[in-house]
Write a protein that binds this ligand. Sequence first.
Ligand code: MG
Length: 218
Amino acid sequence: MADLRFKNSDKRIAARNILCIGRNYRKHAEELGNKVPSSPVVFMKPVSSIIQDGGQIELPAFSEDVHYETELVLLIGKKGKNIPQSEAMAYIEAYGVGLDLTARDVQSTLKEKGLPWTIAKGFDSAACLSSFVDADAFDGNESLHFSMLLNGETKQTGDTSYMIFSIPYLISYLSSIFTLDEGDIIFTGTPEGVGPLHTGDAISVSLEDLTSAEFKVA
Ligand code: MG
């Protein structure tokens, strides 16, 4: 179990399901040669894959090509099923920024075979999370910016206004399949600019000037 940390607060919430959206930014879908989807691509990671700010990324021995994918992360704060888009924002407890680490070589092989991505997406340390910021800090209408630096160089910048599927749509859609509840985490998809990690890399991610996180690759 992972107790999710909050910025400048002793508040903790136990992590529950980790739901992830693939291909939610047009340019990223294109950079991997994927079609822009007509409905969200959904996959999951196990809770055991979480590391938090200051944690160490362990590259799995079974992959030669682990990629970072920098994403806005939503933390759900209450139970909901079949949530209408008009009410979806009220289910967000907090926002964070994270890395959806992906063993790209393994994923490519699995994709070719039409097999699930779990191994490529669910290994230890594959879900890297910042501390969370209470959703009260946002009015729900503004677009959110996030960025990622690799060894001091900006590699990804994201803006939620470029999402194919909006945050309210994603919450509504996911809640039509899974009962959402406190502690559920939603990775909302990566913008373009993904790339490989190597031993010794230092990563810094930030969401506006509200929260950030540092990770080292072992
Ligand atoms: Mg992703």
